[in-house]
Write a protein that binds this ligand. Sequence first.
Ligand SMILES: *Cc1c(COP(=O)(O)O)cnc(C)c1O
Length: 400
Amino acid sequence: MSASFLEHITATLDTIRADGLYKTEREIVTPQSGHIAIADGVQRRPMLNLCANNYLGLADHPEIIAAAKQALDADGFGMASVRFICGTQTIHRELERAIATYLGKDDAILFAACFDANGGVFEPLLEAEDAIISDSLNHASIIDGVRLSKAKRYRYANSDMSELEDRLKEANKEGARFKLIVTDGVFSMDGFVANLPAICELAERYGAMVMVDDCHATGHLGPEGKGTPALTGVGQRVDIVTGTLGKTLGGAMGGFIAAAQPIIDLLRQRARPYLFSNSLAPSIAAGSLKAIEIARHADDRRAKLMRNTSRFREGMTKVGFELLPGDTPIIPVMLHEANLAQDMARELDRRGIYVAGFFFPVVPKGRARIRTQMSAALDDSDIDTAIAAFTDAGRQLGII
Ligand SMILES: *Cc1c(COP(=O)(O)O)cnc(C)c1O
């Protein structure tokens, strides 16, 4: 190993630290839930968790754990194969069919993660004569996926429908054969829902298709948790939905794409992260299948999630915090400076509240925040405890 290379890497790390952008990991010693504990020397310290993607609180659901255990016994630990060689069990196809039925599509295809689904979706479907029109705040995996395709790329400012229309006109003028508009269903750093009715309307007017990445919605937003297309009433006007099994739907891992049959069939032939990466573990497939069944009928959990969301929003606004507007369970508390977000996270940690500061490169410079996420695993009293801790820490740091 060259000493100068390691020095170079060390200098980069020093810069990240000096800029207040260095991320550290705390070790959790419990299952994922609203109430967790972290390792603190030889002690365990109880914490209230306000930053998991565990929206419905299914990550430690006993029926999901039981389904996964049963599959471990029945189907083994791992597949040691990609899907097309010898990595497809009945449980994988059952899960794909369940996802497709849930989201009202012909079929679905599983990936190791939604990062892979987004990384693999564009390149097989679109070619150099086609156009991808992408929201500027789309998830990193969409940005990477778009880069891997040969299609022409167009970008519009976040949720700016007149810019989207300009890009569609531009793509038409430049002779695009097929056009695909792609957006997050919920913008994960800001917590608001994409304007899908306007996007679908423009898509239809300009002859484009629509793809939605619904990672922060599937399972908890919309009727039966069917996500932002159902929530915003556009339903099947969205052509391609990508999503994750790693958030609301049990929170283990895995991603998927749901769409019309020929699209899924071609992705099975050509999507590189599908062809060249291992099949999902059977226990994860079985647990996720159970999670979908539970999520579908979890109106009680969805109601509790929404109640927690409005209770936290109202309480935090009342004591004077700057929140980004929205009505999803993602509630960003704006602090603007990365160091302040880090300090606030540290002060909250001392008060038994587990949150994470978000700063560049995850959000733009000067837009640092603590992104809180509500969960059905939290109760009214937990929300009140969290607001009290924020208030105390915020006063100490002179934020409110
Ligand atoms: C979390 C997330 C992903 C990645 O999902 P994984 O299954 O964890 O890889 C992709 N897109 C969006 C919008 C996300 O929030």
